[in-house]
Design a protein around this ligand. Structure first.
Ligand SMILES: *Cc1c(COP(=O)(O)O)cnc(C)c1O
Length: 448
């Protein structure tokens, strides 16, 4: 397995300014250059600059090693620089780097489309189209749904995250930092209440779905509604797993009313949740499914896949883009999927998840600041609250993440209230390494 060696030891120190973390001298130099060269609006979670990464380890330019519990936000699920991806990309780079699929097409694009049509949920005739980023995939799914239905309105949910372009900002729920000052936003976007078991007072999945449907029928009207768009498990919004029955009830209602059901599986897709797609956990078959992040081992690629009659409905030439389905990214995607199959990473995601949840539930039994441990497969979160209440504790999440960073673990937070610690380890991570990372998380909880 490709993995840089671990040099270990506390990686970073805390400066005299509270909360500020100080990296090694070479990273500090780069940070100084960044502040003069890169827009200040582009933030970084950690102050270290990457030199190499693989097998669940990231090594910085000063030689510090970090246990990777983030996978670059659920992208490098098969590990960084996975051998099959390196090989496929190298061969493709040597053959050709770009022709534009809309000018002289190439086989890799078609093969990725065939693959997606085969592996996504639903045993019906499908088509795919390829793009560059999750946000671009979502935008195109909405375009397709509007073309197919002849309707304009789109419903997204509370706590949703769908990207940073104009339409996807409108679809995203959270104001700071994603939307503030960037309006006006695209019209005909409506928001419905989610099923959020920890904060729902025990509302059942079907009841939460009926609450959302009632809201949609009264405030939007099905005759105007092109699509409902939802993450089967919310990512940035806080790893919220809706109560059982919520998603199937929405799908049934959408189907009865000629509304296109779009699953945003950008974060949940490709083995992450212990299934190839999170939709499978509840047996739903989305009309359209949007994928990106984990699709190509770190190369930028996104896709919209779905029912042939919907996908074929926009006018010829209506979909596309200069780089969409770039040949190098397609080669990486095919190699990445082979790696998932060859290394049994769907099952590995499930077993890693069980290991993480068991450890975290153990900690939770003696720490009432852990309101909930939740997730599916290797997509697990801790919701942190003021002890024994449901009041979000964002300061604690921040302190624990900062402790982890100083002690050599890449740990991410998320959530509308900023109080969620989320774990997204590469699915090829060594169990001992994972355990070490979780121990540092446990120490962070004990010391804050
Ligand atoms: C990351 C993400 C997006 C946006 O993807 P980009 O590639 O950053 O544009 C959309 N939806 C979900 C669920 C995501 O996690």
């Amino acid at each position: 397995m490709h993995a840089p060696t671990i040099t270990g030891g506390p990686a970073l120190t805390q400066s005299k300014t509270p909360g500020e973390i100080v990296a090694g001298p070479i990273s500090q130099e780069w940070a100084a250059r960044k502040s003069k060269a890169v827009s200040a609006a582009v933030g970084t979670t950690m102050p270290v600059y990457t030199a190499a990464a693989g097998g669940g380890v990231v090594v910085d330019v000063d030689g510090n090693s970090f246990i990777d519990l983030g996978s670059g936000i659920a992208v490098t699920s098969i590990g960084n620089s996975a051998p099959a991806v390196v090989d496929a990309v190298t061969r493709q780079v040597e053959a050709f780097t770009h022709t534009c699929f809309m000018i002289t097409p190439y086989s890799g694009y078609v093969e990725v489309a065939e693959l997606l049509n085969r592996i996504t949920p639903g045993d019906f005739e499908k088509r795919s189209a390829l793009f560059n980023s999750g946000a671009e995939g979502i935008e195109n799914a909405v375009k397709i749904a509007r073309a197919y239905t002849g309707r304009q309105a789109v419903v997204a949910f509370d706590h949703a995250y769908h990207g940073r372009t104009n339409l996807t900002m409108a679809l995203t729920a959270k104001n700071q930092p994603y939307k503030s000052g960037f309006g006006p936003f695209a019209p005909e976007v409506y928001r419905a209440p989610l099923s959020y078991p920890f904060r729902d007072g025990g509302l059942s999945g079907p009841d939460a779905a009926r609450r959302a449907i009632d809201h949609i029928e009264k405030q939007v009207g099905v005759e105007n509604l092109a699509a409902i768009l939802i993450e089967p498990i919310q990512g940035e919004g806080g790893f919220i797993v809706p109560a059982e029955g919520f998603l199937p009830t929405l799908v049934d209602w959408a189907r009865e009313n000629g509304v296109v059901f779009i699953a945003d599986e950008v974060q949940t897709g490709f083995a992450r949740t212990g299934a190839l797609f999170a939709s499978e956990h509840e047996g739903i078959e989305p009309d359209l499914i949007v994928t990106a992040k984990g699709i190509a081992g770190g190369l930028p690629l996104a896709a919209v896949t779905g029912r042939a009659e919907i996908m074929d409905s926009p006018q010829p030439g209506g979909l596309g883009g200069t780089y969409g389905g770039n040949p190098i990214a397609c080669a990486a995607a095919l190699a990445s999927f082979r790696t998932i199959e060859d290394e049994g990473l769907v099952a590995r995601a499930a077993s890693l998840g069980e290991r993480i949840v068991e450890r975290l539930r153990g900690i939770q039994s003696t720490d009432s600041r852990i309101g909930e441990v939740r997730g599916r497969g290797a997509m697990v979160a801790l919701e942190l609250v003021k002890a024994g209440t449901t009041e979000p504790d964002a300061a604690l999440a921040k302190a624990i993440a900062s402790y982890a960073h100083r002690n050599g673990v890449i740990l991410l937070t998320c959530g509308t209230y900023g109080n969620i610690i989320r774990l997204l380890p590469p699915l090829v991570i060594d169990e001992a390494l994972l355990d070490e990372g979780l121990s540092i998380l446990a120490d962070g909880l004990a010391k804050n």
